[in-house]
Design a protein around this ligand. Sequence first.
Ligand SMILES: [Zn+2]
Length: 339
Amino acid sequence: MHSGSDLCHFRDVRSHPAFRERLVIVSQSIQSKSVVSKECPACGHRDVREWTRAPDRFHGRSEVYVLVRCQSCSLVWTDNPPRPEEMGIHYSSDYDRLIALAGDGMPSHSDGRANVVRQYKQQGRLLDLGCSSGAFLTAMKGPAWELAGIEMSKTMAKRAQDRSGAKVFIGDLMDAPFENDSFDVVTCFHVFEHFYEPHKILKKVWNWLKPGGIFYSMVPNIDSAGFRVFGSYWFALELPRHLFHFSPASIRHLARANGFEEVSIRTHREVFMEESVRYLYEDFFRNLGLRPTTLAKAGELSFPLKVVRKLIRMGIYKPLSSMAGIAGEGESIHFILRK
Ligand SMILES: [Zn+2]
């Protein structure tokens, strides 16, 4: 066991045995393990293997989730997700704050997405699934569009409605009362991975779209450089809130199986480096018997963590950034499908 005072003997955190041990675990954890007797919910294939295990690192909780991977279509999913009625406890107010910040703090993201929509459709009816506080809907506001949204949180839905003028349905997507063949565009940004049944959702979207209508979505890419480098420490794993972990291949498979035509499926770099490195060093401190501040409470960052963060920024961030640049595909998948 290492004690807290050990730390001062190591000029650089990376040379500490506990940290090196963590990195070895990361590289081992992304190799496929034993076959589990399961059927892939996307393609029905039966060769499904354990892929990795990880806890909810955002909240620093201890329950471990098992990820399994279909050997045929490459879909990865959480094999032991919380039951739907228990999922509420995994969406804390800290988490809501992070999501609202991500949406409202980056207006350029919403404007970029609005520009992509306009490349395909210049007017009509648009529905945003999981619209949060309405940053994207607000970017689409104007006489050309009749806007609608779906959102679970009442507070977020009200904010979205007030600022964008959209009609926002509050509740479960499967209960939303929209008519078939009624939307020109359906969007879904970093929400699709939160659904229990992606097949059913795609079927719903297909029904809501008019013929020729566009589904534009973004999800994290499990087949990315970020996941290869960080494994179960990769920030975008977001367990247990992310139930499915897609790759371009599994998105392609799901799209075809539900009758969509592929317009484009591309990956974009979004390294989540700082958050992932933070998860690594939080675990490193836990191994030393310390109690690091979790990302959920990051506003209250303690003094030793500030020092280490600085060390890591200087020592690890740059080499890993350049490594990620050459080691594989981007961390988020942007896909556009047509009915
Ligand atoms: Zn499959």
